[in-house]
Design a binder for this molecule. Structure first.
Ligand SMILES: Nc1ncnc2c1ncn2[C@@H]1O[C@H](COP(=O)(O)OP(=O)(O)OP(=O)(O)O)[C@@H](O)[C@H]1O
Ligand SMILES: [Mg+2]
Length: 333
């Protein structure tokens, strides 16, 4: 089979560029997408036809020169993925796959909202910080108190940075990763809290799972959010057990699963319905964003987050993750 025939049959718009970002091939879907013929497109810069031109040039270069695979770069209404094109183990160009973004503008709204929110918090915060600095220059002051003031405001600043960054899913860095490593590192992060609260963690890992393509920072964040909820759900429980299980999913095949099961408060039907919605929280200090972010991250990995719960008995959250990416790159490449 010729490569052209293969690309022609792909259900998505595909273009190939040379090292300079100039189009050397497009399939028919790509021609339709831009409403331009290949004859016209050939030799032109790919970035010309998109909005974030400079960024796209940058991604193309990264992919070609640094051999990076870039997945899900957002340009207006499209997600673009870039992979180096190898011909006889030499890099000959970059394959660009275009996917229409979902019509749902929700993600962007949320991002805007959060940016607005952190902006609003940042203003008074810088006031506090400034005052604390002035305060620290006075002759007589409580040094410890000032340190606390400064440290805490800096912590909020970092938190805000993280929140806004964590909602910007346009760029994920996929690398083959052992999911067990991520799970263990998250448990490690919570270790002192787990001990303090008297929680037992029970592992049931399938050690034969392959490494799978993940953005490990993002996946760590998703697992942290789920595990934190499990821990919080246990606060009034007599039996405080969290079971973390992994394995090959039966349905859908080609997926692995991570299941985090707690013996905590559980949810009734109403709560279950709202579980994934942003800003739904039953906690006094909850933002209601933990599961929403986790689900979003899992979705961007081509996976799915599922939940089962029974009020008074506990909750299990299952993360399904594909072993290979939808573009065919995966565990045994
Ligand atoms: N493991 C669980 N057991 C019981 N209820 C849960 C569990 N996980 C989530 N929930 C319910 O879903 C709600 C939403 O969870 P989510 O993580 O999105 O927000 P949160 O924990 O309230 O706040 P935060 O933004 O700090 O995570 C929780 O307030 C809780 O009612
Ligand atoms: Mg939470």
């Amino acid at each position: 089979m010729k490569v052209e025939d293969l690309l022609f049959s792909l259900p998505l718009p595909v273009a190939i560029t040379d090292g300079e970002g100039r189009i050397t091939y497009t399939n028919q879907k790509f021609e339709f997408l831009l409403n331009k013929s290949f004859k016209y497109l050939k030799g032109k810069k790919l970035s010309e036809f998109f909005k974030n031109r400079e960024k796209i040039e940058e991604q193309l270069k990264k992919s070609y020169t640094d051999l990076l695979e870039i997945f899900g770069f957002r340009d207006n209404n499209y997600y673009l993925s870039f992979s180096p094109l190898y011909v006889a183990s030499k890099v000959e160009g970059v394959i660009v796959i275009v996917q229409p973004a979902e019509d749902n503008p929700f993600d962007e709204d949320i991002l805007l909202l959060l940016k607005g929110l952190s902006h609003e918090i940042r203003n008074p915060l810088s006031g506090i910080k400034g005052a604390a600095k002035l305060f620290s220059q006075l002759k007589e002051y409580d040094e410890e108190l000032v340190t606390v003031l400064l440290e805490e405001t800096e912590r909020i600043e970092r938190l805000l940075d993280n929140v806004t960054k964590s909602f910007d899913f346009s760029l994920l860095n996929f690398e083959k990763t052992n999911i067990h490593r991520i799970l263990q590192s998250v448990v490690k992060l919570f270790e002192s809290e787990i001990r303090e609260k008297g929680i037992s963690i029970v592992y049931d890992f399938d050690p034969s799972l392959p490494e799978i393509p993940l953005d490990s920072d993002r996946m760590t964040q998703a697992i942290m959010n789920i595990l934190r909820n499990a821990m919080e759900a246990l606060s009034d429980s007599r039996e405080k057990v969290i079971k973390i299980e992994t394995g090959y999913a039966i349905q859908p095949s080609g997926f692995i699963f991570v299941r985090i099961k707690d013996s905590g408060a559980g949810m009734d039907e109403e709560e279950l319905k709202k579980f994934l919605l942003p800003f739904f929280s039953t906690k006094e200090k909850g933002m209601g964003l933990g599961t929403f972010i986790a689900a979003e991250i899992v979705k961007r990995h081509g996976g799915e987050l599922k939940v089962k719960s029974r009020k008074g008995y506990g909750t299990e959250v299952t993360v399904l993750l594909p072993m290979k990416r939808s573009d065919g790159k995966g565990s045994d490449s």
